[in-house]
Design a binder for this molecule. Structure first.
Ligand code: ATP
Ligand code: MG
Length: 344
């Protein structure tokens, strides 16, 4: 394996409506990993444009995601925070990897099938190639660890396949240039805990998503206490009492989801949460969940608003992060060109 340090990379799309799933499934993990790794956290604007975006809103959403990172405790001075389109090597490596990845591999990606829906012929080429750009995002830093929610597991496996194929296809050239038996490390997914897949509050079979048309499906980081209370009270449940053990939640996706959210917000296991609420009805549980969610999220929402009021500060953080990201990405891209025989 190439001798590179352990490095974390992950990204969030600036597609608006940043929600509890993004926070618990991704951003809180970003924060925790800073103690152990060198971390690169990216606002992936080139991913956002795989579906239509309003330019005026996109700019604000890039700042919003940045504010969410900072408000949640990402340290942009010790680590790197930037927006993807500023570092051209992401798109450049993505092209190279488009020539490594196979059409058959991409055709199996369930996110494309879900997002393209019935009108697949009319989806952008970018939406189809999205997972290759994601592989480039990770590999351009030769990152070793990638914290993501469950929904990104398949894309991460594809990133590993692409890295592996590059290493095999160019094995001789890689070895001849002193990179040993592999140029790209195979990135490890970090997907764990009760928050790896937060479901919609309206439908326990669908993940909570920025792109869900119903605002009642998700708790947004920008929601105030009243909005959070309303959404939790309206959240779908079932008529049964809460069970004493997690096994009792099997086949009850909405109940399981709310207990999982409670557990993740309170940093406890679902089993511990159930011990407290066993036998009770949902109204007491939901009131406790509202109090907990408001206590955890409102300071973050307030800090986000404070940061977003000063866009020049946020823009400065992103520009500085991009400079440092580029300094890491450029040598990778130069080595890729050497390995492939692209004169530069
Ligand atoms: P979109 O609907 O635009 O794809 P999204 O809600 O899926 O938005 P992304 O920006 O695609 O958000 O994902 C950012 C990170 O949040 C990824 O690591 C993803 O796995 C994670 N994530 C997204 N939704 C959830 C969820 N419901 N539960 C846990 N993690 C999630
Ligand atoms: Mg997504």
């Amino acid at each position: 394996m190439a001798n590179v340090g352990q490095r974390v990379f992950s990204g969030v799309q600036p597609t608006g409506n940043l929600h509890l799933g993004n926070y618990l499934g991704a951003i809180t993990k970003f924060v925790a990993l800073q103690a152990q790794y060198q971390c690169i956290y990216c606002v992936v604007d080139l991913h956002a444009i795989t579906v239509p975006q309003n330019p005026d809103e996109l700019v604000e959403h890039i700042r919003e995601v940045t504010a969410a990172f900072l408000a949640s405790g990402v340290d942009a001075s010790k680590h790197i925070v930037f927006n993807q389109s500023r570092v051209a090597e992401h798109a450049e490596l993505a092209w190279v990897l488009n020539c490594v990845a196979r059409i058959g591999w991409l055709s199996r990606m369930t996110q494309f099938k879900e997002k393209a829906g019935k009108d697949r012929e009319n989806a952008s080429v970018g939406l189809y190639a999205y997972p290759v750009l994601m592989a480039a995002d990770i590999l351009v830093y030769r990152a070793t660890h990638v914290p993501v929610g469950e929904d990104q597991k398949q894309h991460l496996e594809l990133s590993r396949d692409i890295a592996q194929k590059f290493n095999v296809d160019f094995a001789q050239s890689i070895a001849a240039r002193g990179f040993g038996d592999a140029f790209f490390p195979l990135p490890e997914p970090l997907i764990q805990g009760p928050a790896a897949r937060i479901m919609s509050l309206r439908d326990g079979s669908k993940k909570m998503s920025k792109s869900d048309p119903s605002d009642y499906s998700r708790i947004n980081l920008s929601d105030d206490a009243d909005a959070i209370a309303q959404k939790v009270r309206k959240a779908k449940t079932d008529p049964d009492a809460l069970p004493g053990e997690p096994e009792g939640l099997v086949g009850r996706p909405e109940a399981q989801n709310l207990v999982g959210i409670f557990a993740a917000l309170d940093e406890r296991s679902p089993a511990e949460v159930l011990k407290e609420f066993a036998g009770g009805n949902f109204s007491r549980f939901k009131s406790a969940l509202v109090d907990l969610a408001v206590a955890k999220l409102s300071p973050i929402g307030a800090e986000m608003r404070r940061l977003q009021a000063d866009s020049s500060y946020i823009d400065g953080v992103l520009a500085d992060g991009a400079d440092r990201a580029r300094a890491l990405a450029a040598p990778t891209m130069a080595s890729v060109k050497d390995i492939m025989g692209l004169l530069h």
